[in-house]
Write a protein that binds this ligand. Structure first.
Ligand code: GDP
Length: 526
């Protein structure tokens, strides 16, 4: 086996999807604990603890109690190297989540077992369906009174339309939670309370029918054995092909807070989740073991490190190997660049790397030339697709408190729009700056970040814009006639793409009727 193939085989790149409060952050902490990436759990993003506020931006997250940034974390587990991509939980940031999910090969779905399938989980599952991403499931908070486990599985199967194969099964719940039984290894793994922040010594009892099991289960033993019989009969058996096709999910039970069960899930991830998969480019499928380096940018984040005030482009390596100092082709602008300072993200801390392989996420310093969706390759002239920008639905005009800060405001807005969370439009006819967003919370985020990261005080004024469309036309003469005719309604977005800003939907329809050769687009494939 080639060295490249060996490296690829050890990698797993996944994201956690869940409804807010289901326990994603807590699980992330425990996962990192198992990966030896942190010394004790509680150091990732502990709400209400100030030591972890890595930036003012994070402070805002904390104030609001929501997670809005996507972080990337790499850590070893068993013989594997795992890349975990965190996704924002709040729905106003769904675009960001959408793009992040294009960069992973599998997902962990976390469900609050007391609440069952919640609305945000349904939405996120829809996104994973677009690429049939394999899903592992973790039923969390078994240390509380939860729904009946059989009902929970039925609910997932019915609402999310995916078959469930329990790998472990809970023994009791809430105060009576004793541990789980592994249906495949015939082992009981006992739960101990008060072990939340440390790796526990696994206490394992071999055999459900053993005397030891009878002792531990006590009066509950016979009922539990019957229950397992029933579960075996009524549920799906784990099937690797169905899992890889996104049709069946292995299910684990536990409590992230109590640090129980997360490692069972990780064992499943290492064993079954796919190694880095190829991606479709305009020239066809690029396999991960293609020796030539290729990758695409799925996220840009400004000012991650307040000391450096830099902008980082997150790239998923699709194939081959990155080596420090290598030359790569930036397809969109058709330029070769030399990259000597790509970053890797170990538990959120960044460090320069010498090499990285397909499936890894690397960070490139962006000085304004990289956009979300950009493809990089060693020599191949290819473009990866499938990373859209969505037309915003909400608009506000942004106004400066100090008019002399116009330059900073423009710079800030353009940099923030590069991240793809908001879009900025500059009308051709005046110097207004219009901010467009898909979710209302993004407006607050922009003002907050302008203040803390760019030292600009700004406010919003309402504006009568109901929608925006990116416009294009193959015929340059017709395009220029359109530009003259519709000058009043045209604007440039953050990346200088022409957009039509419509005060009403009727106005938009009329413009479309009058200019049939011009295409009006609700998404812009990057
Ligand atoms: P996120 O919004 O999905 O990131 O959820 P968090 O990880 O922040 O968890 C939300 C709340 O649920 C926090 O108060 C956690 O302490 C709590 N929590 C997480 N996991 C468990 C668990 O297994 N049991 C209990 N009882 N609480 C939990």
């Amino acid at each position: 086996m080639s060295k490249l193939q060996e490296e690829i085989n050890t990698r797993r790149t996944f994201a956690i999807i869940s409804h807010p409060d289901a326990g994603k952050t807590t699980i992330t902490e425990k996962v990192l604990l198992f990966g030896n990436a942190i010394q004790s759990a509680g150091t990732v993003k502990g709400r209400g603890s100030s030591a972890h506020a890595k930036s003012d931006w994070m402070e805002m997250e904390k104030e609001r109690g929501i997670s809005v940034t996507t972080s990337v974390m790499q850590f070893p587990y068993q013989d594997c190297l795992i890349n975990l991509l965190d996704t924002p939980g709040h729905e106003d940031f769904s675009e960001d989540t959408y793009r992040t999910l294009t960069a992973v090969d599998s997902c962990l779905m976390v469900i609050d077992a007391a609440k069952g399938v919640e609305q945000r989980t349904i939405k996120l599952m829809e996104v994973t369906r677009l690429r049939d991403t394999p899903i592992l499931t973790f039923m969390n908070k078994l240390d509380r009174d939860t729904k009946d486990p059989v009902e929970l599985m039925d609910e997932v199967e019915e609402v999310l339309n995916i078959a469930c194969a329990p790998i472990t099964w809970p023994i009791g719940m809430g105060k009576e939670f004793k541990g789980v039984y592994n249906l495949y290894t015939d082992e009981i793994i006992l739960y101990k309370t008060g072990q939340g922040s440390k790796i526990q010594d696994k206490v394992v009892i071999k055999g459900l029918d053993s005397d030891e099991a009878s002792q531990v289960l006590g009066a509950y033993a016979d009922d539990f054995r019957d229950e397992i019989e029933l579960v075996r009969g009524a549920s799906h058996e784990f099937d690797l092909d169905m899992f890889l096709a996104g049709e069946l999910s292995p299910v684990f039970f536990g409590t992230a807070l109590g640090n129980f069960g997360v490692d069972h899930m990780l064992d499943g991830l290492v064993k079954w989740a796919p190694k880095p998969q190829g991606r479709e480019a305009d020239t066809g499928l690029i396999e991960s073991n293609d020796p030539e380096f290729t990758g695409f940018v799925f996220k840009i984040q400004a000012n991650m490190d307040p000391k450096h005030r830099d902008r980082i482009a997150f790239m998923r390596i699709v194939s081959g190997k990155y080596e420090k100092g290598m030359k790569m082709k930036h397809a969109r602008i058709n330029k070769d660049i030399r990259v000597a300072d790509a970053l890797t993200f170990l538990a959120g801390d960044r460090s320069a790397i010498e090499q990285a392989y397909a499936g890894d996420i690397i960070g490139l310093h962006n000085h304004g030339t990289i956009q979300i969706g950009d493809t990089f390759s060693q020599t191949k002239a290819i473009k990866f697709g499938g990373i859209p920008n969505f037309a915003p639905e909400l608009f506000r005009r942004i106004q400066l408190k100090d008019p002399l800060k116009m330059k900073q405001l423009q710079k800030g807005l353009i940099q923030l729009s590069e991240e793809g969370a908001v879009q900025v439009f500059r009308p051709l006819r005046n110097n207004d700056l219009i901010v467009g967003a898909v979710g209302i919370l993004q407006f607050d985020v922009v003002v907050h970040r302008l203040r803390t990261e760019y030292k600009v005080e700004a406010t919003y004024v309402p504006i009568s814009v109901s929608t925006a469309r990116w416009v294009d036309c193959d015929d340059q003469t017709k395009l220029s006639a359109f530009r003259t005719k519709c000058h009043e309604n045209l604007a440039l977005d953050g990346a200088d793409n022409l957009t039509y800003i419509a005060p009403t939907m009727v106005n938009l329809s009329l413009a479309q009727e009058r200019h049939p050769d011009v295409t009006f687009m609700t998404t812009r494939e990057q």
